[in-house]
Design a protein around this ligand. Structure first.
Ligand code: ZN
Length: 288
């Protein structure tokens, strides 16, 4: 750790080291690479990957930030109770633009903060609800956003974070990745060619299983991240968070998610008789 950029990816017994993400990736798609960071609340993506997104842009990878909630419950003073959504929106643009993300790549889906449980799935939208193609719901919005942006890789907070908004976004994003790549809901756009790679970012709680990718960068990258987090001035608790991020140093971790789609073949052999027991256990018992 110090003054250079270093990626280390653990692949089986191998320890791949390189100065770029491309150099430690098996599936790098060159100019096609496009990253989408899913942020349940406006500040999650910068906390989890504020360094990594700077490095991605240095590798000429477009970065998109998709903020799920409207921030309306994040007020820390009575005066800001009704205006907090607007305040946080302005702070968010400042935060991510300070890291180099273009304004048009910062997208708000506008679901009500702390009420995401009411917006799981997809249903016809009522007046005033966040809607796309006449429907509301996280699966509707995330599927449409995936088809619009067409990312090769998606990043989101782990499923182990305690905040229910984080858990719900995790769950709804995973199924939306498959919706987006399928023929379902054609009014939401052309299906993406393949399901993007998915990584979890560490935000508030440890990863459910250890990550396999470590990113070390320079002190300057850390300073940029700290300055960007500091843009959320309305969030009074942010100072203690900045201290934690500062102490952790210029490093971040990402955990790749592997989908384990049902493969009956996998279970076949465990029901077969083993070679070392040619007559089988039951057969022995019955014949005495
Ligand atoms: Zn959050």
């Amino acid at each position: 750790m110090g003054e250079q950029i270093q990626y280390i990816r653990l692949v089986g017994n191998e320890r791949r080291i390189g100065p770029t993400l491309a150099s430690v990736s098996r599936t790098w798609q060159g100019k096609r690479e496009c990253f989408m960071f899913i942020s349940p609340h406006d500040d999650d993506a910068v906390i989890g990957a504020g360094i990594f997104m700077q490095l991605a842009m240095m590798e000429s990878v477009p970065v998109h930030i998709v903020i799920i909630t409207d921030g309306s419950q994040g007020y820390c003073s009575e005066q800001e109770k009704n205006s907090i959504g607007e305040i946080r929106r302005a702070e968010t643009f400042e935060c991510y633009q300070s890291l180099g993300v273009p304004r048009e790549n910062i997208i708000w889906l506008g679901f009500p903060d702390c009420r995401l449980s009411l917006f799981c799935g997809r249903r016809p939208a009522k007046a005033g609800e966040p809607a796309a193609a006449g429907f509301t719901g996280l699966q509707n919005a995330i599927t449409k956003t995936l088809r619009d942006i067409r990312p090769t890789q998606v990043f989101m907070p782990t499923s182990s974070d305690l905040h229910p908004d984080h858990k719900i976004v995790h769950q709804e994003t995973l199924i939306s990745l498959f919706h987006a790549a399928g023929a379902i809901w054609p009014e939401l756009g052309k299906a993406i060619d393949k399901v993007p790679w998915v990584h979890e970012m560490g935000v508030y709680c440890d990863f459910p299983e250890p990550p396999k990718l470590r990113i070390c960068a320079t002190q300057q990258h850390l300073e940029n991240k700290l300055r960007a987090i500091g843009k959320f001035k309305s969030q009074k608790q942010i100072d203690s968070l900045i201290e934690i991020v500062r102490k952790s140093g210029p490093q971040e971790y990402l955990r790749e998610l592997q989908f384990k789609l049902y493969q009956p073949r996998k279970y076949h052999d465990m029901f077969e008789e083993k070679d070392e027991m040619p007559f089988g256990r039951w057969g022995t018992e019955f014949t005495g």
